[in-house]
Design a protein around this ligand. Structure first.
Ligand code: BGC
Length: 779
């Protein structure tokens, strides 16, 4: 059901009828009406054309629940919205590594949209977590583009399966909140494609979101809303996508420039100002008219897609959706640490629960994603369903920065003699919200001190955290267990209790690295930029790509997450020892649940390029599967790897290329906990032009089959006549070979004085060029 399949099937009768309808409308619409279709009629609606019965659409937030506002409207989450299910925020959803759950969340939100006549839900958020400081990381999926794009695709397919459009946002490089409306993200092409665009690419190509929301910021000097490269070249031409590009709310800069870059719909209303600018620009500019017609066509298609012949769906049942939110929350939690099986708790143990987060849950982030939940459960109440042996004392408040010594003393005496202590902490909303970035990764100081003081009187402390992004944990060595519950949505309290008492075994894995310190993060020195520019100087080395390459210790690595069960990996089988990059290879392995409870495990496949001449991170995620295993059960997992699994983005070719050589396939239960390895040779079929010039080195000439033999002759001549002693002292045996390989051929004239003249160099170059031409002709 949720498998990614190309949703652009050949046209069926419905599509043809839809096209006819759209073309007829286009004929009947006046120029001003067409212009009006390209901007909003209010905060959340597009414009309709009453005369032709063209309806308005409602587009609203997203991403982890419906935020349909009433009379008072805003895009920062300040005013009330209709009751809707608050699902785990995307940081948690991603930690589930479960495509089925992403699909289920998308679908359930879609059902709620249908019940409220909402046509497009503004999500999922597919920006990469470049820095843990980004205030909106809770709304984004991952630091890894493969995981982000695949889960995003499943969410989109889920929502669109019930006839509700989605908006993959914010395209692109909206990786910080500081100056987000104007900042210019400077990103090299390779990094842009391998990291920041790849996070959208699979979702766009495979799941075909009805809309993509452009970012406020500039990318390489052009605003997201008018970025020719991003919108026209990448989205339209390279990815062959013909949905509607909608602005982020208020992101328009130059409306006509935007139209020419294929921006379709400006939101919210511009009060007609920009409609008039477009109309004025038509005079003498046929390309503006063409762009207007194309955009109007795309907007009309969106209207038809989201208002006509919608699939039958069940009505919204709040209780049923609450249970879906609870199931997703179960898998969104990551058991980071569990020494001596401190968890799960059992009903016979005496347990004291501390922390305001236990009874005042923090379950969603601040800003435009803020929903008005149908109900909210809390951890303390929910824990009482499983045990009578519990006590609760707040000890610290959500906003406390300073420990209240009196409360601390009381808490210490309650903790003494208890079998276990559960401390519920996390980040207050003002620490992480849309519109601002964090400046540090610390929890409020009061919490850190409280945890350490309690751990000094009871060695069985379990910490439960509610936050949307990594925090530093100076207490990590003092406590037995840590459950990262993220922002788990309205059913989070029940879900935490279910996991704490072992009703469900935790199965979440980190979709982002938890660094030991903020300063270790690769973007640290360049975030959030200088003036109005932020240079992505760390390049492709984002998140674990950096930490694994540098071999830097982290607090908890990407992909990490413990279970109450144990798993054994075996029988790794790679179908071919070597392939060319036009072929695919199958990888399979077995995973057995060797514990005595049913549990889920996420199998991760990483690729490591062993011989690359281009810079490559130590590992890159290229596959994952979540398995549901009964105690004792074995399942076989299958992966298919293709060119993109091995390729990098070659800036010179503006395309993906494989560098021929050996690649290691690593199967792990985190990016560090590698269980099985095998390797494969992949040959590139890309023909790179080989250009010979005076600065071609002996090494390069020797490395090409056409010029190898002649290069050997030239090298021999060079050694004999250059007068350089290449066999110096006790150098390594490869020293001479290596040094000579770096000499450019022009040095023959300089060093082989009077023996090798300039005309001879010209002759040699001509011969080498001929050899290459002949070789290429034959190949
Ligand atoms: C946010 C978008 C959101 C929009 C509408 C903007 O400020 O960046 O993510 O969808 O407002 O609320």
């Amino acid at each position: 059901m949720n498998q990614i399949s190309n949703s652009r099937d050949p046209k069926n009768v419905r599509d043809l009828v839809m096209e006819q309808q759209i073309e007829q409308w286009l004929e009947e619409l006046t120029i001003s009406e067409k212009c009006s279709l390209l901007s909003g009629s209010g905060f959340w609606h597009s414009q309709g054309i009453e005369r032709l019965n063209i309806p308005k659409m409602m587009l609203t937030d997203g991403p982890h629940g419906l935020r349909k506002q009433g009379e008072k409207e805003d895009h920062l989450g300040q005013n009330e919205s209709v009751p809707a299910t608050c699902f785990p925020s995307e940081a948690g959803l991603a930690a589930s590594w479960n495509r089925d759950l992403a699909y289920a969340q998308g679908r359930a939100i879609g059902v709620e949209c249908r019940a409220e006549d909402v046509n497009v839900i503004l999500g999922p958020g597919l920006n990469i977590k470049r820095s843990p400081l980004c205030g909106r990381n809770f709304e984004y999926l991952s630091e890894d583009p493969y995981l982000s794009s695949h889960l995003g695709a499943a969410y989109i397919q889920g929502a669109q399966s019930v006839g509700v459009g989605t908006s993959a946002k914010h395209f692109a490089c909206n990786n910080q909140e500081t100056k987000r409306l104007t900042i210019n993200a400077k990103v090299d092409q390779r990094t842009l494609h391998e990291i920041y665009l790849a996070s959208f690419e699979t979702a766009v190509k495979e799941a075909d979101p009805y809309t993509v929301m452009c970012s406020y910021n500039q990318v390489n000097g052009e605003y997201g809303a008018e970025n020719q490269y991003l919108l026209n070249n990448v989205l339209r031409k390279q990815w062959n996508w013909d949905g509607v590009v909608v602005t982020d709310w208020g992101a328009t800069n130059d409306r006509v420039k935007g139209l020419l870059a294929t921006l379709d719909l400006e939101m919210p209303s511009c009060n007609g100002v920009n409609d008039k600018k477009v109309e004025a620009a038509l005079e003498g500019n046929p390309e503006v008219l063409e762009a207007l017609n194309e955009s109007a066509r795309r907007v009309l298609k969106l209207i038809v897609r989201t208002t006509q012949n919608l699939p039958e769906v069940e009505g919204f049942e709040a209780e049923k959706h609450h249970e879906i939110a609870r199931k997703i929350a179960h898998e969104s939690m990551v058991l980071l640490k569990n020494d001596q099986a401190a968890l799960p708790l059992n009903a016979d143990e005496s347990v004291v629960v501390f922390g305001a987060f236990a009874d005042t849950p923090r379950y969603q982030g601040g800003g435009s994603s803020h929903t008005n939940p149908t109900k909210v459960t809390n951890t303390w109440y929910s824990m009482q369903q499983y045990s009578n042996n519990l006590e609760f004392f707040q000890g610290f408040g959500v906003y406390d920065e300073v420990v209240d010594l009196e409360k601390l003393e009381q808490a210490k005496s309650l903790a003494q003699g208890k079998d276990k202590v559960v401390i519920c902490g996390g980040l207050p909303e003002r620490y992480e919200t849309e519109g601002i970035d964090r400046t540090h990764l610390s929890l409020p100081k009061a919490q850190v001190e409280f945890i350490r003081e309690i751990a000094a009187v009871n060695s069985n402390v379990v910490v439960v955290l509610n936050n949307g992004a990594p925090v530093e944990m100076p207490f990590v060595g003092d406590v037995k267990a840590i459950l990262e519950a993220y922002l788990p949505g309205q059913a989070g309290g029940e879900a935490v209790a279910d996991v704490l008492f072992g009703v469900v075994s935790p199965s979440g894995k980190l979709a982002e690295t938890f660094p030991l310190k903020l300063e270790h993060n690769p973007s640290y020195e360049y975030f959030p930029g200088e003036g109005y520019e932020v240079a992505y100087r760390e390049g492709i080395y984002v998140g674990y790509r950096f930490f694994e390459t540098k071999k830097l210790p982290v607090l908890f690595p990407f992909g990490h997450g413990l279970s109450y069960s144990r798993f054994e990996y075996s029988n790794l089988c790679v179908s071919e020892p070597s392939i060319n990059d036009g072929e695919t290879v199958q990888v399979s392995l077995n995973v057995t649940n060797i514990g005595d409870i049913d549990a889920k495990e996420v199998v991760q496949l990483y690729i490591s390029d062993k011989q690359s001449e281009v810079l490559r991170p130590e590992i890159e995620l290229k596959g994952f599967e979540k398995l549901d295993l009964k105690a004792g059960e074995t399942q076989t997992v299958h992966f298919i790897l293709d060119k993109r699994s091995f390729a990098f983005y070659d800036e010179k070719l503006s395309d993906w290329r494989v560098q021929s050589g050996e690649f290691e396939i690593r199967i792990g239960s985190s990016c560090q906990d590698i269980q099985l390895r095998d390797s494969i040779r992949v040959e590139s079929t890309t023909k790179l032009p080989f250009i010979v010039h005076t600065n071609s080195t002996f090494g390069e000439l020797r490395g090409h089959p056409a010029t190898k033999a002649y290069a050997d002759e030239l090298i021999e001549y060079f050694i004999e006549h250059s007068g350089i002693d290449f066999n110096l002292g006790d150098n390594d045996e490869n020293f001479a070979e290596t040094v000579i390989s770096f000499f450019p051929i022009k040095n023959m004239v300089l060093f082989c004085k009077e023996k090798f003249t300039e005309p001879e160099l010209d002759e040699a170059l001509t011969k080498l060029c001929q050899q290459v031409a002949e070789y290429e002709e034959c190949a």
